[in-house]
Design a protein. Structure first.
Length: 202
C-alpha cells in the first residue's frame, strides 16, 4: 500500500476554489443589493425632508396672511389683498377639491426685517413636478421641493364651524384653508392633507 504525500490534490484545490468563489460572489451580490437599498432609502429620506420643509414654509407664509405687525404703526399699515388663491381650470375632482394654480400671500415680516417693517409678498405654485416659491411680485420662482404632482384646495374654513367649497373667490370670513398635496414617493403616488389656520384674519 502506497502512502499519500502531504498536501492537496489538484481536484481538491479546484473544488475548494470553486466553493470560495461561490461564497465571494454571494457576498458581493449581498453587498451590492444592500448598497442600492441604502442609497434608495437615503434619497427617499432626503426627498421627504425637503417636502416637509417646503410644507412648513407654505404653512407659515399662508398663516401670516394679513399680518401688519405689533408695533405702534401697525394699525395704519396696509398689506393690500392678504391672500389670493388662483384655481386651475374649472373641473373639480370627485371629492370637490380643486387644483391650485397659485397661492399668493401678503404680510408684514417683523422677525427678520431690519429697519422699518416692509410688506412681504410670497407666492407658491406647482410646476414641472416641483413645488415652487417666489418672493416679491417680480421675483423668480424657485423649486423648494421636487416630486410634487399638485396642490389642491379641499375647502375654505370660515368663522364658526362652517366651511365653503373651493371657489375662485376667497370668503370674507376666512379663517383657514384645507389643502391636499399630491407627491411622488418612490414609484408610488401619495397625498396628504394639511390645514392652515389664518392667524391674522378678523
Amino acid at each position: 500500500m502506497r502512502r499519500r504525500a502531504g498536501g492537496f490534490t489538484l481536484v481538491e484545490l479546484l473544488v475548494a476554489s470553486s466553493v470560495l468563489m461561490t461564497m465571494l460572489a454571494a457576498l458581493g451580490t449581498l453587498f451590492l443589493s444592500s448598497s442600492r437599498a441604502y442609497e434608495g432609502n437615503r434619497a427617499a429620506s432626503a426627498a421627504a425632508g425637503q417636502l416637509r420643509s417646503a410644507v412648513h414654509a407654505l404653512q407659515y407664509d399662508v398663516s401670516m396672511a394679513g399680518f401688519v405687525g405689533l408695533d405702534a404703526g401697525a394699525p395704519d399699515r396696509e398689506v393690500g389683498v392678504p391672500l389670493t388663491v388662483t384655481l386651475a381650470g374649472s373641473g373639480a375632482a370627485p371629492d370637490a377639491s380643486r387644483a391650485i394654480a397659485e397661492i399668493a400671500v401678503r404680510y408684514v415680516e417683523t422677525r427678520y426685517a431690519q429697519g422699518a417693517p416692509a410688506v412681504r409678498e410670497v407666492a407658491y405654485r406647482v410646476r414641472d413636478g416641483a413645488l415652487e416659491r417666489r418672493e416679491g411680485p417680480d421675483g423668480a420662482f424657485v423649486a423648494i421641493a421636487d416630486g410634487v404632482i399638485e396642490l389642491r384646495l379641499v375647502r375654505y374654513r370660515r368663522q364658526g364651524t362652517s366651511t365653503a367649497a373651493p371657489s375662485a373667490s376667497v370668503p370674507a370670513d376666512l379663517t383657514g384653508l384645507d389643502l391636499r398635496i399630491v407627491y411622488r414617493h418612490g414609484t408610488a403616488e401619495r397625498a396628504e392633507e394639511l390645514s392652515v389656520s389664518l392667524l391674522n384674519r378678523p
